[in-house]
Design a protein around this ligand. Structure first.
Ligand code: INI
Length: 208
C-alpha cells in the first residue's frame, strides 16, 4: 500500500519520529524492529463505524478523516458500514450490536463531547469511554475510541482536521492495525474454531 502520509494524515516528512516528545500516534515504521505488529494494509478487512450526530460540525470532520484513512489502507467502500447515532452516549450500544453481528474485524466509534456549563459532559464522556472499552473487552475485538473530549469547540476543531491532526484518521489507522495484530496473534473468533460447530456462544461470544 503506497501512502504519502503518516498515521495522522500528515505528510511523511512531518511525522513525529520515535522518541520525540509528542502525544500523537507514532508511525509504526518508526518503532523498533521487534515484536508482532499489525500492518496498515486493510485489504479484505471489514470495518464498522459508529458516528454521533451531536456536535456534527466536528463529527463530520472526524468521519471524513476516518474514511480517507480507510481508503489509504485499502479498506473498500463495500467492506465498511457507517451507522449514525444521536450522541456519544449511544456509541457503545451501536458498537455492541455491530460487534454481535460478527460481520466486522474492527469497529470505530466517533464522537465529540464538549464541556458545557453543567456536569452532563462528565457523565456522557465517562459512560461513552467506559462502554466502548467494555464492548471491546467483552467481545474480544477492536472497538476504537475516536471520541474527542474537549473544553470547547475550538479545541475539538483543532483535533478534527485542524492544527492538531484528526482523531478520526488516527482511529481508523488504529482499527486496521489492531485487526491485523490480532490476526497475527492467531486469535480465532469463537464459533470459527475447529470443532466448534456444535458449540453455542453467549452474548459476550464465550463458547460453552
Ligand atoms: N452528546 C455528545 O455526543 N456530545 C456532547 O457534548 C453532549 N453533551 O454535551 O450533552 C452529548 N449529549 C447527548 C448524549 O450523548 C445523548 O445523546 C443523550 O443524553 C440521549 O441519550
Amino acid at each position: 500500500m503506497a501512502s504519502a502520509e503518516g498515521s495522522s494524515g500528515e505528510p511523511l516528512d512531518q511525522r513525529p519520529t520515535a522518541g520525540e516528545a509528542t502525544h500523537h500516534l507514532p508511525a509504526i515504521e518508526d518503532l523498533a524492529d521487534e515484536g508482532i505488529r499489525g500492518s496498515a494494509d486493510g485489504t479484505g478487512l471489514r470495518i464498522g463505524v459508529a458516528c454521533s450526530r451531536f456536535n456534527a460540525q466536528v463529527t463530520r470532520l472526524l468521519l471524513s478523516g476516518a474514511l480517507a484513512e480507510l481508503d489509504r489502507c485499502a479498506v473498500t467502500g463495500a467492506n465498511r458500514t457507517v451507522a449514525w447515532v444521536s450522541g456519544a452516549f449511544e456509541l457503545p450500544l451501536a458498537a455492541l450490536v455491530m460487534a454481535r453481528t460478527r460481520q466486522y474485524d474492527a469497529i470505530i466509534c466517533l464522537g465529540a463531547v464538549i464541556r458545557g456549563e453543567t456536569s452532563h459532559y462528565d457523565f456522557v464522556a465517562g459512560e461513552c469511554a467506559h462502554g466502548i472499552q467494555r464492548v471491546q473487552l467483552d467481545m474480544a475485538m477492536p472497538v476504537v475510541f475516536g471520541v474527542l473530549t474537549t473544553e470547547n469547540l475550538e479545541q475539538a476543531l483543532a483535533r478534527a482536521g485542524g492544527a492538531l491532526g484528526n482523531k478520526g484518521t488516527e482511529a481508523a489507522r488504529t482499527a486496521v492495525e489492531m485487526a491485523n495484530v490480532l490476526r497475527r496473534l492467531e486469535w480465532v473468533p469463537p464459533g470459527l474454531q475447529e470443532g466448534a460447530a456444535a458449540a453455542t456462544a453467549d452474548v459476550t461470544g464465550n463458547v460453552t
